[in-house]
Design a protein. Structure first.
Length: 206
């Protein structure tokens, strides 16, 4: 791709570094920005700079937040006996969009993946165990992707919580094996939450 301007080329290269953005799409985005006023472009760039510099992580669930506690953890109307364990913030958003869950979340920040050098100590698993041992949580819902790595993480957490009295369940397999939660449609994901099963049952069908 030939450019008549080094400035355009640099902007295209930066956009194309984003996931799923190729050179042609990046070029369309750059041309769109060129049609905007300088003030609009400044506001656009400022929004990302502010996000990167000021974003926080909730000290309780590890979701992204504008404050020390995220809006979900600060909501006293939610069911404090239910805790849904997810991989990252995209899964929180996916589940919230179903309007079928009114408990709290715990964001692991990833899943166990030896191939990628990610072990249990690299995730927010110990804080999860500590939250459960506080005694207020009655059920932990494992809502990780139905991949080998997701299943491995589920089993590890199940073993870590085996000495507690908390009920451990997993979302129903309405989510196809190998799928990630963020790509599931809201109806399927909502039904998988409602029809969740005891985690022990999922072990028997493997």
């Amino acid at each position: 791709m030939n450019f008549s301007s080094k400035l355009i080329e640099n902007a295209v290269n930066e956009f194309s570094r984003l996931p799923g953005i190729g050179k042609k799409t990046a070029l369309r985005l750059v041309f769109h920005l060129l049609k905007q006023s300088p003030q609009e472009v400044s506001e656009f760039s400022a929004a990302f700079t502010q996000m990167r510099n000021e974003i926080k992580y909730c000290t309780r669930c590890y979701n992204v937040s504008d404050n020390t506690l995220c809006e979900i953890c600060s909501n006293t109307k939610r069911d404090s006996s239910l805790l849904c364990v997810v991989e990252d913030l995209r899964d929180v958003m996916a589940i919230e969009n179903t309007n079928q869950f009114n408990g709290f979340y715990h964001v692991l920040g990833g899943i166990i993946s030896p191939m990628d050098g990610i072990g249990p100590k690299d995730l927010n698993i110990e804080p999860l165990v500590s939250r459960v041992k506080e005694g207020e949580i009655k059920e932990v819902i494992m809502a990780l992707s139905t991949t080998m790595e997701g299943d491995t993480t589920n089993f590890y957490i199940y073993k870590r919580l085996s000495g507690t009295t908390v009920k451990i369940s997993t979302i129903a397999r309405g989510i196809a094996v190998g799928d990630e939660l963020e790509y599931a449609d809201e109806v399927t994901l909502g039904r998988s939450l409602i029809n969740r099963i005891p985690y022990e049952n999922s072990l028997s069908v493997r």
